[in-house]
Ligand binder design. Sequence first.
Ligand code: DCP
Length: 156
Amino acid sequence: YPTSVQAAMSDERFAGHEGEDHAQEVAAAAIISAGSILLAQRTYPEELAGLWELPGGKVHDGELPAEALRRELEEELGVTTAIGPRIGVDVDLAGAGSDSERYVLRAYLVQLIAGEPQPLEHAEIRWFTVAELRDADLVPNDRVWVDDLVRSMREH
Ligand code: DCP
């Protein structure tokens, strides 16, 4: 590398710059039971209102993704869950925050442990069969996971 680039690369403001070398995670839950998946209908922002998503939310500083997802599912659905393995690809979220932070969206297979899911923060929640999932008005980011979700739904 030219000297000017080496200087920039060794500069801690460069190496440690928030958003340059790591992304904040948004964790989403694939809750699958008896061949169906539980989706939640968003109420905000305007461009996503009315669309269906895998419920979840931002991982806060100092939280592990699984802890954050358990917290979000308790807040949003009123249920106790066990977070399982990842499913599907990482999705880059462009401008999910008001800041310049980068966000990456990841899905996890999740089991319900206790409680009956309720739409505490969504317009509605509903179980979708494979055919219904393929037809659903999903938020754009979640559409990339459909084939992986269907494969998993057929195994459950
Ligand atoms: N998102 C998505 N698909 C999901 C879940 C989330 O595309 N299955 C996107 C929507 C938002 C971002 O991720 O752009 C953050 O999601 P939420 O707004 O649901 O997360 P929080 O509730 O944690 O954030 P806030 O409290 O800031 O609204």
